[in-house]
Design a protein around this ligand. Structure first.
Ligand SMILES: C[S@@+](CC[C@H](N)C(=O)[O-])C[C@H]1O[C@@H](n2cnc3c(N)ncnc32)[C@H](O)[C@@H]1O
Length: 455
C-alpha cells in the first residue's frame, strides 16, 4: 500500500484499510506502532488520521482481550500468511466492543475489508464470526474474564513479572498501564515561568495542573494539538512526561560543563539539558540516522545547538575525541515497561526474552560510555522500565565490575529542584511507577566516578 515512488501522487486509502496494514505489520513483528504510523499515516487523508490512530492504538491497548475473544471465536487460528485477516478481525471486534460505530456498519466494513485484501474466500467466515460475537458477547466475555490476560488486559508473562517484582504496586501498575496517558508539558523556564505559561493556557481555556516533582511540568486536563499551545514553535514548551523531565533536573548541568547525552533520540532530554544551562558543551550521540533528524528538529524549534553525532555509543573510536565529560546522561534503550500506555504495542511485540537481551545491550553501553567520564564526574543511568534486570540489577552488576564507580544517593529532599520525594528507593537508585493521572514509570540511578588517590 505504501507509495514508494516519490514522483507519483500517493493514493489515499481509508483509515480502516491502513489500520489493517499497520496492525498486520505489528503482529508480524515488523516494527513498533509509532514507526508504523509514521510510515503509513500519509496514506490517509489528514482528517482521517485521528480515526487511524484510534483504531491502531485501540487494538494494541485492548489486544490481550481482543486476542482471547478472537481465538475463542475461531475454530482454527489463521495461518501466518493470513495475518492481515486476523488484523481485520481484531479491528472489527474493537469497533464492535469499544467504538460508537453502529454494529451493522462495523460488521459490513470488516467483511468488505476481506474483499479489498483479495481474500473473498474469508468473507463468509468473517461475517459468521462477527455475528456470533454480536449474539454471544456477554457469555463469551463472562467465560474469558477469569483468564488473567483478559482480566488485567496485559500479556500473561508481563503480569507474572509485575506480580513477582512489585506485588504491592501490581494493581496500580496494571491500571495505569491500561489507560490513556495524560499530556504533560515541559515549560522552557528560560523563556517563561511555569506559572505565567499556565496563565496563558488558562486564558485560552486550556486547563492544567502542576507537576509535583518536576518544577517544569504542567499537565493538561485534556490533550490538545501542539499547534494550539502558545509559542510552541518558538520553543516555549515541549511535550514530555514528568518522570522523564527529572533527568535534566537530577543531572543539573552547569554553565561551561562538557556534557554527553549518549542515547539521545528523539532529543527530548537533549533539549531539556540545554534549557537547564544553554551554555554547556553538549554532545548528543544516537545510533539511528532517521531518529537523528528528530533531535535536529527538536533543537531547531527550541533554538539550541549541540554537537550531534550519529554513531554507536559503544564504538568510542568512531565518535569520541578522547576529552572526558563532566556529566553523562545515559537513557538506554529498554523494555519500556513503564510506558506501556504510550506504547501499547508492547502488549503485542514485547517478549520475555527481550528483557535479558536488552539488559545485555545496556550493560555494554554503560561500560563503554563510562570510560568517557572524567574522574569526579557524574553519570545518570535512566530507563523507562519496571524490570529490575534493566535497573537496579544492572547497576549492581556494574558496580561489582567497576571499582572506580560509586552510587550517589538520590536524596531528592535535599535538592532545591524537588519539592517532594519521588518514586521509591530500590537497592540501587529510585523507581517511579506509572500513575493514573500523572507521571509514567521510570528508573534513575546516579553514579560518580571516583578520583584516584594519587590525583
Ligand atoms: C530511550 S531512547 C532515548 C530517548 C531520549 N533520551 C529522549 O529523551 O528523547 C534510546 C535511544 O538510544 C538509541 N540507541 C540504541 N542503541 C544505541 C547505541 N548503541 N548507541 C547510541 N544510541 C543508541 C535508540 O535508537 C534510541 O533512540
Amino acid at each position: 500500500m505504501k507509495n514508494t515512488q516519490s514522483d507519483t501522487p500517493s493514493i489515499q486509502h481509508s483509515a480502516r484499510q491502513v489500520a489493517i496494514e499497520v496492525i498486520t505489520n505489528i503482529l508480524l513483528q515488523q516494527g513498533s506502532l509509532s514507526t508504523q504510523l509514521a510510515r503509513y499515516q500519509d496514506d490517509v487523508a489528514s482528517e482521517h488520521i485521528p480515526l487511524l490512530k484510534e483504531l491502531c492504538f485501540g487494538v494494541c491497548r485492548q489486544y490481550p482481550k481482543l486476542n482471547s475473544i478472537a481465538l475463542h471465536l475461531l475454530a482454527h487460528p489463521f495461518e501466518e500468511k493470513d495475518t492481515d485477516l486476523y488484523a481485520t478481525l481484531l479491528l472489527g471486534l474493537y469497533q464492535l466492543t469499544y467504538m460508537n460505530t453502529p454494529d451493522h456498519a462495523a460488521v459490513h466494513e470488516t467483511v468488505e475489508a476481506c474483499r479489498l485484501l483479495n481474500k473473498d474466500w474469508a468473507t463468509k467466515l468473517m461475517n459468521a464470526v462477527l455475528r456470533r460475537y454480536q449474539r454471544e458477547a456477554d457469555d463469551i466475555e463472562a467465560e474469558l474474564e477469569s483468564t488473567p490476560s483478559v482480566e488485567y488486559n496485559q500479556p500473561k508473562w508481563l503480569l507474572k513479572r509485575f506480580l513477582k517484582h512489585w506485588p504491592e504496586q501490581f494493581e496500580s501498575i496494571v491500571d495505569a498501564s491500561n489507560m490513556h496517558p495524560p499530556m504533560c508539558l515541559r515549560v522552557n523556564t528560560q523563556r517563561v515561568s511555569r506559572e505565567t505559561y499556565q496563565a496563558e493556557l488558562q486564558k485560552l481555556g486550556i486547563k492544567t495542573y502542576l507537576g509535583e516533582f518536576s518544577p517544569s511540568a504542567l499537565y493538561l486536563e485534556k490533550a490538545v494539538r501542539v499547534t494550539e499551545l502558545p509559542h510552541f514553535e518558538a520553543g516555549f514548551c515541549s511535550v514530555q512526561d514528568e518522570a522523564a523531565q527529572l533527568s535534566a533536573h537530577i543531572l543539573s548541568p552547569q554553565i561551561g560543563e562538557k556534557v554527553l547525552d549518549a542515547c539521545a533520540a528523539p532529543g527530548g532530554k537533549t533539549g531539556h539539558l540545554l534549557e537547564k544551562a544553554e551554555r554547556i558543551d553538549l554532545t548528543a550521540v544516537e545510533l539511528e540516522s532517521w531518529r537523528m533528524e528528530k533531535i535536529e528538529s527538536n533543537l531547531e524549534r527550541l533554538g539550541y545547538q549541540a554537537n550531534l553525532l550519529c554513531a554507536d555509543a559503544n564504538a568510542l573510536d568512531t565518535w569520541w575525541d578522547g576529552e572526558h565529560f563532566d556529566k553523562i546522561l545515559l537513557d538506554v534503550p529498554c523494555s519500556a515497561t513503564g510506558v506501556i500506555r504510550r506504547n501499547p504495542d508492547i502488549k503485542i511485540n514485547r517478549k520475555p526474552a527481550d528483557i535479558n537481551q536488552l539488559a545485555a545491550i545496556q550493560q555494554d553501553i554503560l561500560a563503554n560510555v563510562w570510560t568517557t567520564l572524567k574522574p569526579g564526574g557524574h553519570l545518570l543511568y535512566a530507563t523507562c522500565s519496571l524490570m529490575p534486570e534493566e535497573n537496579e540489577q544492572q547497576v549492581q552488576g556494574f558496580l561489582e565490575k567497576h571499582t572506580d564507580a560509586e552510587e550517589v544517593t538520590l536524596n531528592t529532599l535535599s535538592s532545591a529542584d524537588f519539592e517532594l520525594e519521588w518514586g521509591v528507593p530500590v537497592s540501587h537508585g529510585r523507581q517511579l511507577f506509572p500513575t493514573l493521572e500523572r507521571h509514567d514509570g521510570f528508573y534513575y540511578c546516579l553514579l560518580k566516578k571516583t578520583v584516584p588517590i594519587n590525583e
